[in-house]
Design a protein. Structure first.
Length: 409
């Protein structure tokens, strides 16, 4: 074979290598024979499909990544910036056309199996802006420390989800009057490789499943769900810990008892039924399943550490969310909580959407300041300044978000 021809074949191979890393290999022709692309070998480039490099990666097996606060500034969280919390390994091959959702269980009147096409054609398509927050968001702050992903503030996002109402599908199957809970099963696999084990199989009380905003979704921000966020089908429940929102959804069971799947027991997604001192050992029987998530807010502009001049106004912006009907007030403080000033607050697009707040802040003299934000909802729930109740797994930290600001002369 002549040299040009050999070069050409090699080039073609490298072009296909380029498609494996997701971008062209610019100097492909120069790569010495026998060398592999290091990015491919170490799985660096293909590791997090559909996710921005700006994400903070806490773990790669399973994949867990959060969004830095200043990258959550947009009204809706972009697909490549939406946090990922995996308990197992996502399915490798997904065929959207042959994917099915099975609904069955003790309290299902019958068993039904739907393709995604059937879900789309049989039921009304709806869209809601729903906030998803991991129950462990903010875990990092607990002391004594809690085991698990050390989330700071970024295991939260709000997207426009499109799909069908869960209740429409459940009604089509038929729900017996003794139904109390719903459980999900996804196509992800246990880290151990043991096919008989589920990485996670949680659910919600039947009353939550029947809410208007409880969805089976196939789309996020008008695009397919990202691979790591449950493509091609997932549950989305606003207001409840995101662990209820099953990804890669294959099966729903309608239960006549509280669902007893993986991560429904022990200290998983449960907190002491009544407050305990920090570090206490709590028996299983004294732990209650987390349902409604607490009121919370996040400053998304400026980024902590910002510096401005004393004669300038600092634009401040962020989001606030609640499991109640809506947020009614967001305030900020620049004097460690002595005085609070009300921010401008946008209305909610729908229940469980986060709401934007904004204002302009002036500082009296040069120096170090902290800006704190505090949200209050229509039920008068508000955020604590200090950490709320310690619990063994470090859930439900809704303490006020604080950023540092330096003011120069
Ligand atoms: N099948 C499946 N569903 C799942 C999980 C999972 O590991 N597997 N993780 C849950 C948890 S703990 C959270 S916080 C949310 C995270 O959703 P996201 O990765 O789309 O942000 O998905 C939930 N649904
Ligand atoms: Mo979670």
């Amino acid at each position: 074979m002549n040299l040009e021809r050999r070069k050409f074949i090699r080039y073609s191979i490298l072009v296909s290598l380029g498609s494996a890393v997701g971008v062209p290999v610019v100097y492909a022709n120069n790569l010495p024979e026998g060398l592999d692309l290091v990015g491919l070998k170490e799985d660096l480039i293909t590791k997090f499909p559909g996710k921005s490099d700006a994400m903070t990666v806490l773990n790669d097996r399973p994949i867990n990544m959060e969004t830095p606060a200043h990258l959550l500034n947009d009204d809706l969280t972009a697909n490549d910036l939406f946090f990922v919390r995996n308990n197992g390994l996502p399915p490798h091959k997904v065929d959207v056309n042959s994917w099915t959702l099975t609904i069955e269980g003790e309290s299902a009147k019958t068993k039904k199996v739907y393709t995604i096409e059937e879900l789309k054609s049989k039921f009304e398509t709806v869209s809601y802006q729903l906030t998803l927050e991991c129950g462990g968001n903010g875990r990092k702050e607990f002391n004594p420390p809690a085991k698990g992903n050390q989330w700071s503030t970024g295991a939260v996002g709000c997207a426009k989800w499109t799909g069908v109402r869960l209740k429409d599908v459940l009604s089509d199957v038929g729900v017996k009057s003794n139904a109390v809970y719903l459980g999900y099963y996804g196509a992800d696999t246990h880290l151990s490789g043991d096919a008989s084990k589920d990485p996670i199989s949680r659910g919600v009380p039947i009353s939550k499943a029947m809410e208007d905003e409880s969805m089976i979704a196939w789309s996020m921000n008008d695009r397919d769900l990202p691979k790591l966020n449950g493509y091609p089908l997932r549950l989305v429940f606003g207001g409840f810990p995101a662990s209820c929102s099953g990804k890669w959804l294959e099966k729903i069971v309608i239960r006549d008892q509280v669902h007893d799947g993986q991560k429904m027991k022990g200290s998983s997604y449960r907190t002491p039924c009544s407050p305990v001192p920090p570090g206490a050992k709590v028996e299983d029987k004294d732990m209650c399943i987390i349902e409604n998530m607490p009121v919370k807010s996040l400053i998304t502009y400026p980024r902590t550490g910002a510096t401005i001049k004393v004669d300038q106004e600092l634009p401040l912006a962020g989001h606030a969310w609640t499991s109640a009907n809506e947020i009614t007030k967001v305030e900020y403080s620049i004097d460690f909580g002595m005085n609070w000033t009300t921010c401008k607050l946008d209305p909610s697009a729908n229940k469980y959407s986060w709401q934007n707040f904004s204002t302009k802040v002036r500082f009296p003299e040069p120096g170090y300041y902290e800006v704190w934000a505090r949200a209050t909802d229509i039920d008068q729930n508000t955020q604590p300044i200090l950490l709320p109740g310690w619990n063994p797994k470090g859930y439900l930290n809704n303490a006020c978000h604080r950023i540092a600001v330096k003011i120069e002369a």
